[in-house]
Design a protein around this ligand. Structure first.
Ligand SMILES: NC(=O)c1ccc[n+]([C@@H]2O[C@H](COP(=O)([O-])OP(=O)(O)OC[C@H]3O[C@@H](n4cnc5c(N)ncnc54)[C@H](O)[C@@H]3O)[C@@H](O)[C@H]2O)c1
Ligand SMILES: [Zn+2]
Ligand SMILES: [Zn+2]
Length: 345
C-alpha cells in the first residue's frame, strides 16, 4: 500500500518527546502482515516510554512509533503468508520471540532469550497501519466489542496470572485494581473463585472492581490492610493472591497476610528491589510465581475459551479518543480518573 499515515512517534530520548507525525505506510516483509489499526490502547509501558524512566531508557532507541495493544484488519501480506489471512480481524501478541533459543525450544517462549516487542523495539500501533510478524497476529471474534479485541494483550496477562493456580472455590485477593487487576477480578469470577477481595488505593477503581465481580474491597490508604484482609478471610488470609500493584508496600503486606500454604502470583512490577523477609515465605509454606507476558499460545486459547463463556471486561474501558488527542489520553491516565484509554487512528 502506498501513501502516508498519521502516527504517534517517540521522537528522541528524554521525558515526553511524543509527537503526532506523518510517516510512509510500512510495507510487510517476508512472513509479515500489514494491519489497518481499528483501536489501540495505552499501556503502563507507554507511560514509562513517555516519562523516560530507566525501564524505557534501557530498551528504546527513538525514533519509534509506540503502542502495542490493538486490534485491526489484515490488509496486505508479505511473501510466504497464506493469502486467506487478508481481511481477518486480528489482535496482537506483542512479544516477538525467536523460536530457536533454549527457552523457546523448551516451550517457554514467553521468556524467550531474544524477545523483542511491538512499539518498543520496532514501530507499533499508535498509527493508522502497523506491520507485525504473521504469527503474532491472532484472529479474534468479530462478535466481541472492538474495544475488547483491542485489549486482549493485557487481558492475557490477567488470564496468565489467574491460570497459574486453581481458583475455583478459592478465596482470592487481587491487589492493585488498575486495568489489568480489574480484568483479573473478572477472570477470577469467571473461573469460579469464591470470595474475591480487591485491594486498591483508588476508590473509583475499587467501585469498578465490585462491578467486575469483587465481593470485598480494602483501601490501604483508609484501613490496616493486613487486618482487613484477615478479617475478610476468617483470620486465615486468602488462599491465592494475584499481585498487580507493583507496590513495594503492598507486596510486603501480601507475604504477611497470605494463608499458610497459599500462593502469590506476581505480575505487578516494582520499580526497584523491595526487601522481602523470606521467613514469611518458607515458614508458611508459601508458593510464589512470577509471570511474564502470556504463554504462547496457551494463554490465548484459555482467554478465547473464557470469552466464549461470556467473560466481560468492558467495564475496565473508560475512554475512546481520536489518535490526535493522544496527549489528553496520557493526562487522563495520570489523573487516576481513567481506566483503559483507547485511541482510534
Ligand atoms: N507481568 C507482566 O507481564 C506484566 C505485563 C503488563 C503489566 N505488568 C504490570 O502489572 C501491573 C498492573 O498493570 P496496570 O496496567 O493495571 O497498571 P496500573 O498502574 O494502572 O495499576 C496498578 C494499580 O495498583 C494500585 N496501587 C498502587 N499502590 C497500591 C497499594 N499499596 N495497594 C493496592 N493497590 C495499589 C494503583 O492505584 C493502580 O490502580 C503493573 O505493575 C505493570 O507494570 C506486568
Ligand atoms: Zn501492554
Ligand atoms: Zn527464543
Amino acid at each position: 500500500m502506498r501513501g502516508t499515515m498519521k502516527c504517534v512517534v517517540k521522537t528522541k530520548p528524554g521525558p515526553n518527546n511524543l509527537e503526532l507525525c506523518e510517516r510512509p505506510i510500512p510495507q510487510p516483509g517476508p512472513g509479515e502482515v500489514l494491519i489497518k489499526v481499528q483501536l489501540a490502547a495505552i499501556c503502563g509501558t507507554d507511560v514509562h516510554i513517555k516519562d523516560w524512566d530507566p525501564f524505557a531508557a534501557a530498551r528504546i532507541n527513538p525514533p519509534v512509533i509506540i503502542g502495542h495493544e490493538f486490534c485491526g484488519e489484515i490488509v496486505e501480506i508479505g511473501i510466504g503468508v497464506d493469502s486467506t489471512r487478508i481481511g481477518k480481524l486480528v489482535s496482537a501478541e506483542s512479544h516477538v520471540v525467536c523460536g530457536h533459543c533454549a527457552m523457546c525450544k523448551a516451550g517457554l517462549a514467553n521468556v524467550c532469550l531474544n524477545t523483542t516487542c511491538i512499539g518498543l523495539h520496532f514501530d507499533g500501533a499508535f498509527a493508522e497501519y502497523v506491520v507485525i510478524p504473521d504469527e503474532n497476529a491472532i484472529v479474534c471474534d468479530p462478535n466481541l466489542p472492538e474495544e475488547v479485541n483491542a485489549i486482549l494483550e493485557p487481558l492475557g496477562v490477567a488470564v496468565h496470572a489467574a491460570s497459574k493456580c486453581e481458583l475455583a472455590g478459592k478465596t482470592v485477593a487481587v491487589v492493585g485494581c488498575g486495568p489489568i487487576g480489574l480484568m483479573a477480578v473478572a477472570v477470577a469470577r469467571k473461573m469460579g473463585a469464591g470470595k474475591i477481595i480487591a485491594v486498591e488505593t483508588n476508590e473509583y477503581r475499587l467501585d469498578t472492581a465490585i462491578k467486575m465481580g469483587a465481593t470485598v474491597t480494602v483501601n490501604p490508604l483508609k484501613e490496616d490492610t493486613i487486618k482487613s484482609v484477615r478479617n475478610a478471610t476468617d483470620g486465615l488470609g486468602p488462599e491465592v493472591i494475584l499481585e498487580f500493584s507493583g507496590s513495594k508496600h503492598a507486596i510486603i503486606d501480601e507475604t504477611k497476610y497470605i494463608r499458610k500454604g497459599g500462593s502469590i502470583v506476581v505480575a505487578g512490577l516494582p520499580s526497584g528491589e523491595i526487601g522481602l523477609n523470606f521467613e514469611d515465605i518458607f515458614y508458611n509454606g508459601v508458593n510464589m510465581y512470577g509471570i511474564s507476558g502470556r504463554e504462547l499460545y496457551r494463554t490465548w486459547n484459555i482467554m478465547q475459551g473464557l470469552l466464549d463463556a461470556g467473560l466481560d471486561v468492558k467495564e475496565c474501558i473508560s475512554d475512546v479518543l481520536p489518535l490526535e488527542d493522544f496527549e489528553k489520553g496520557f493526562e487522563l491516565i495520570k489523573s487516576g480518573k481513567a481506566l483503559k484509554v483507547l485511541f482510534r487512528p
